[in-house]
Ligand binder design. Structure first.
Ligand SMILES: O=c1ccn([C@H]2C[C@H](O)[C@@H](CO)O2)c(=O)[nH]1
Ligand SMILES: [Zn+2]
Length: 319
């Protein structure tokens, strides 16, 4: 099928049929990944292939935004981690990142990406493939590749949580759970946002010219700059599920964030969309607030898994 060419998530079985039968075979998906990269500025396409604890294989690609400064780009590894988050994965075991244009060499992620990976539970145990042409290569842990690092706190990225946000004012009137409002999709995204350092969660929902929607949420890094904005996160969904569509097919966008947030995305989001989306793209911002009553329905339980401390957020069921 034509849409198989745009596949960013593979079940273990599907990956096997692509030749990814064991860790050293992750490179078998690299040319597929690299072909999906969008690098109109550097022309340097990067692919990343990763295996999650579920056994599924995820792809990541670099995405550069034409006309915008380089720091707005999405690195292939950031794309892959966001892809994990959008698919409710819990972590990452293995990673292979291309470092040559022929897809024969694999290396360590850049410093920013190594630090970004740190936000996940068990990040130090992620095994990263180092390999050049004609050799099998070897795996090195992130612990080895990032010896002196900033350590994140808790909760960690990919741990289930709910920011308990509700839309402010009349926008917050209750909708059915299967409503088609873009603002409700952006709110749901904001509720998944990972913003433990500034408590400024945000989410974005985009719609294309066929009425198909995509969403993503702001992901922070303890080291600040490796953080990924909510527009970029929604663009990951757009690239992963949009069957190769161009950003100029984005016709409607909603951002949800807190009013007077310590970190506001509005100005940056508008600037990015003014530059890359359809010329008449409709951009709306809805504010939200932390619903303390909703929050009281959750408790955070310290949890130990594989000897590592973490937190589990559970909903309290009241009779
Ligand atoms: O770890 C890295 C380093 C760079 N890039 C991308 C960013 C930019 O688009 C291009 C050139 O730096 O490569 C990645 O995807 N991952
Ligand atoms: Zn990087």
């Amino acid at each position: 099928m034509a849409q198989d060419q745009y596949k960013f998530v593979f079940t273990a079985k599907e990956a096997e049929s692509e030749g990814v039968t064991e860790p050293f075979r992750l490179p078998n998906l690299i040319t597929k990944a690299m072909s999906l990269a969008r690098a109109p500025i550097s022309r340097y396409k990067v692919g990343a292939v990763g295996r999650a604890p579920s056994g599924r294989i995820y792809l990541g690609v670099n995405v550069e935004l034409p006309g915008l400064p380089l720091h707005h780009s999405i690195h292939a590894e950031q794309f892959l981690v966001t892809n994990l988050a959008l698919n409710s994965e819990k972590g990452l075991h293995l990673l292979a990142v291309s470092i040559s244009t022929d897809g024969n060499d694999f290396g360590a992620p850049c410093g920013n990406c190594r630090q970004f990976l740190m936000e996940m539970r068990n990040a130090l145990d992620i095994q990263i493939l180092l390999k050049s042409k004609h050799e099998e290569g070897s795996f090195r842990s992130l612990r080895f590749l990032l010896p002196d690092r900033f350590s994140p706190g808790s909760p960690l990225l990919l741990e289930k949580h709910d920011n308990c946000l509700t839309l402010s004012g009349s926008a917050g009137e209750i909708c059915s759970s299967d409503c088609s409002h873009l603002k409700c999709k952006a709110l749901a995204a904001a509720n998944n946002s990972f913003s433990p350092y500034t408590n400024s969660p945000s989410g974005v929902a985009l719609q294309d010219d066929d009425g198909k929607w995509y969403r993503g949420w702001y992901i922070e890094s303890v080291a600040s700059n490796p953080s990924l904005g909510p527009v970029q996160a929604a663009l990951v969904d757009f690239v992963a599920c949009g069957l190769g569509k161009g950003f100029d097919k984005i016709v409607e966008v909603v951002l949800v964030e807190k009013k007077n947030a310590r970190v506001s995305q509005e100005g940056t989001a508008k600037m990015i969309l003014d530059t890359i989306a359809a010329p008449n793209c409709d951009f709306k911002v809805f504010h939200c607030y932390e619903d303390l009553v909703k929050k009281m329905n959750y408790i955070t339980i310290p949890e130990v898994e594989n000897g590592k401390k973490g937190y589990l957020v559970r909903k309290i069921i009241r009779q």
